[in-house]
Design a protein around this ligand. Structure first.
Ligand code: GLY
Length: 465
């Protein structure tokens, strides 16, 4: 088999590694990722947003399928161009990629198609609408509709200090100062713990991968600015220590209904990876956003422990014959090393030396291999992955690899540690017991005052999706 991979981050390095079990890998990259370059039979450098350059390379290498790592080429319609030329692509076309590239589309689509799982929201097309929505919802999250490299979401009480700031930010979005789409999504702020559910999708079947939790803040204890993700972990039972099987099933159901609804509305099969970013609340999971690709770093939590060859799964995706995918019962912890100052004022162009440590996987990200060594760009540089029976052991492994790095870098010490995970568990326990107490208070209303129609049947409908 011949596989063409588009992208050059650590996510793509882990995709290349998984593909190379059964495929000759060809890579189209923006910069020379040394890990991918070593795996690939051939690679070329170019602009990831240049569809015709990608298509030309595809014509040269004639792959059995193309797999696209990052969201931007998908949002730009690389799949449409490649499919027109007869190539099979793991990754949705421009219209279906709107699930990620246009948050207003996703919210309105799910509402139109009665797919449960969204918080209270309003898509606003004018400043007056945004002001009304902010005044109505009060405890708000303000989201730019378009792609802003993960930096378009602002939360009241965090990046937004007042409702006036929320309104001013909404105006900036509507004026296209933040992202390319003049629409802003105003949503209710949810309380809970976030988790990532990635799935392989062939248009009819949605096959889940183990859950993972990413850490978006730059510094320990979830402090500091938002980043692309400083690291992530997964557990050996493929759940997370604060997520039950029932929670996972509800999240998966939301994704299955989304894929069914996409077909109903567009007559197109979604083919690729769908990644739901969920908030687990006291009332169950709610969808924060969709991504139309593997997560970064979450790809590294799942691909190295996948039993089935990724090549075979990609073939099944493009053929529409996905059945099941198995994963080893292993825990994983991924830690990113990033340039000092990241993400606000990263040292750019600094040299980094990496001595791989035995038993720990190394995935290169925003680095460029030149004749005289390895240089960081301004983003996440290298990821290290520990794999073990327990999260704690996997964390120790990932940490061990950090000693092999020298250069102006930092990393988060706490990802995958017992202390941080215990905090997540206690947070969810507190929310769930507050939710149960509120439910019991409602249920203890004297029964003679309840009519049959007031019994909580409608709640069952929403709870059970
Ligand atoms: N884990 C964040 C992302 O992949 O967008």
């Amino acid at each position: 088999m011949r596989a063409l991979l588009v992208g050059n981050g650590a996510r793509e390095h882990s995709i290349a590694e998984a593909l190379a079990r059964d495929s000759d890998v060809y890579a189209f990259m923006k910069a020379k990722n040394p890990g991918i370059a070593r795996i690939a039979k051939e690679h070329t450098l170019g602009d990831l947003n240049d569809n015709s350059a990608i298509a030309s390379f595809a014509e040269e290498v004639n792959p059995d399928f193309v797999i696209v790592g990052p969201e931007n080429p998908l949002a730009n319609g690389v799949t449409d161009v490649l499919e027109e030329k007869g190539f099979k692509v793991v990754g949705p076309d421009k219209q279906l990629a709107k699930l990620e590239s246009d948050k207003s589309f996703t919210r309105e689509f799910m509402k139109r198609q009665n797919v449960f799982g969204a918080p209270d929201f309003q898509v606003c097309r004018s400043y007056d609408e945004a002001v009304d929505a902010i005044d109505r919802i009060q405890n708000v999250v303000v989201k730019a509709a378009g792609l802003v490299g993960g930096k378009g979401v602002k939360v009241l009480g965090d990046q937004l200090k007042s409702l006036d700031e929320a309104k001013a930010y909404a105006k900036d979005v509507l004026d296209c100062k933040i992202g390319p789409i003049p629409r802003v999504v105003i949503e209710e702020k949810l309380e809970g713990e976030e988790f990532s559910l990635q799935a392989f999708v062939d248009g009819k079947h949605v096959i889940p991968m183990p859950l993972a939790q990413d850490h978006k803040r730059a510094y320990d204890d979830d402090k500091g600015p938002m980043t692309g993700g400083m690291g992530s972990y997964s557990d050996s039972d493929h759940l997370l220590p604060f997520v039950t099987e029932e929670d996972r099933a509800k999240a998966l159901r939301i994704m299955q209904e989304t894929v069914e609804a996409l077909y109903k509305e567009t007559w197109k099969y979604y083919k690729g990876v769908l990644y739901g970013g969920f908030m687990l609340t006291a009332d169950g999971p709610r969808l924060l956003e969709y991504n139309v690709r593997f997560g970064d770093p979450e790809a590294m939590n799942v691909l190295p422990i996948m039993e089935n060859p990724l090549t075979e799964v990609c073939q099944q995706i493009v053929d529409g014959t996905l059945t099941s995918v198995d994963f080893q019962e292993k825990a994983t912890v991924c830690k990113y090393v990033v340039p000092k100052g990241y993400p606000t004022s990263p040292v750019g162009g600094a040299k980094i030396e990496v001595t791989p440590v035995e038993g720990v996987r190394t995935y290169y990200s925003s680095v460029d291999e030149r004749e005289d060594g390895l240089y960081m760009t301004s983003s996440r540089a290298v990821a290290f992955l520990g794999i073990a029976d327990m999260i704690e052991e996997a964390e120790k492994q990932a940490r061990r690899a950090l000693s092999g790095v020298s250069g102006p870098v930092f990393y988060r010490d706490d990802i995958g540690t017992r202390e941080l995970i215990q905090k997540r568990i206690e947070h969810m326990q507190k929310l769930r017991s507050a939710g149960t107490a509120a439910q019991q208070a409602t249920d203890s209303t004297p029964s003679e005052t309840k009519s049959v129609s007031q019994q909580p049947t409608s709640k069952i409908n929403t709870e059970e999706l």
